[in-house]
Design a protein around this ligand. Structure first.
Ligand code: SF4
Ligand code: MG
Length: 320
């Protein structure tokens, strides 16, 4: 399958002032040499704890923030080597759904105006066609058309996520970045919204980059899983292989923290000790060193390169 998205050596550093009288800058290395690709119509789950650079990665891919370095190819075209007009044209192919779209929904506008604006921005249609399309969109996300006249505050959290995806779908995108899109919802609502996201993804052949701190959220929806730690991808693999045969000590710890669905299967929880290393001027060796239960002397000195440990299964660890 052709890759719809290819991210190559993406870097996003934020300068941080060391102190009032310091002349040199430190850098918060939020995203530090991240590469991956997503085949068309697939879902990549991007997992890691908060502050590891997942959201920054998602935003830099969409150029909502500017990367420091790297390439982002959408259907073979580098979004970072593109003029304003071409980029604007490409914008309709990619959308983002946030943790709480309420923050990005104008509270004074009805859903009709909000989604209508998104449609107007990208295609010329009559008001009548637009209304019909919006009713269809609402139907697709499980909401009645009367909701078009409602204001954002009149919706529950789950309904707002449905509006969020309806608005994203309004421009008929190819790629959607889901940034903790179900993380704020109650567990029962979470499952419904996840199912909806998955149905829409399959029905329209959408490609998702599904960002979450919660591995169990992406367990079912993903084709592949990528694990991020302190600005870098430490493991990436096809999903079944990832859960059957995780290689990175951090991945193993994350998997061990998922509650087992059957009480007979006893999984030993791997607890991580040690401090989370700061992403500001991170150490030269393995960034997981301070918490790794398997750390060796070399890990402190040398950054582990990505190694292929199976079919398209990459891991960055000296011991593999
Ligand atoms: Fe742990 Fe060393 Fe592997 Fe890093 S390289 S994950 S410290 S064993
Ligand atoms: Mg985040």
């Amino acid at each position: 399958k052709e890759n719809i998205l290819e991210v190559k050596n993406l870097v996003k550093w934020f300068p941080v002032k060391k102190g009032l009288f310091s002349k040199t800058n430190s850098y918060l290395k939020a995203v530090d040499d991240v590469s991956f690709s997503i085949p068309r119509g697939e879902v990549l789950g991007l997992v890691g704890e908060s502050g590891c650079g997942k959201s920054t990665t998602g935003r830099a891919i969409l150029r909502l923030i500017e990367a420091t370095q790297g390439e982002v190819l959408l259907e073979g075209q580098d979004l970072y080597r593109m003029g304003k007009t071409a980029l604007k044209e490409k914008r309709k192919d990619m959308q983002i759904v946030f943790q709480d779209p309420y923050a990005s929904l104008n509270p004074r506008l009805t859903i009709r105006s909000i989604i209508g604006e998104a449609i107007k921005l990208h295609q010329v249609v009559s008001e009548k066609e637009r209304d019909a399309f919006m009713e269809e969109l609402l139907y697709e996300v499980g909401l009645g058309k009367h909701f078009l006249n409602h204001f954002p505050h009149q919706f529950s959290g789950g309904q707002r996520q449905r509006i969020g995806i309806a608005r994203a779908l309004a421009v008929r995108p190819k790629l959607i970045v889901m940034d903790e899109a179900v993380s704020a919802l109650d567990v029962s609502v979470q499952a419904q919204v996840l199912n909806l996201f998955q149905d829409l993804q399959q029905k329209y052949g959408l490609t998702y980059l599904f960002i979450t701190h919660n591995l169990s959220v992406v367990k079912h929806i993903s084709n592949r899983i990528a694990v991020m730690y302190l600005g870098q991808i430490v493991e990436i693999s096809e999903k079944e292989e990832f859960f059957r045969n995780p290689q990175h000590p951090y991945s193993r710890a994350l998997i061990s923290a998922i509650p087992s669905s059957s009480p007979e299967i006893k999984r030993e929880r791997i607890l991580l000790k040690g401090d989370l290393t700061s992403p500001v001027d991170p150490p030269q060796g393995c960034r997981f060193y301070s918490r790794c239960p398997e750390a060796q002397a070399i890990c402190k000195e040398v950054q582990p390169p990505h190694k292929e440990v199976g079919n398209q299964h990459l891991v960055a660890c000296h011991l593999r």
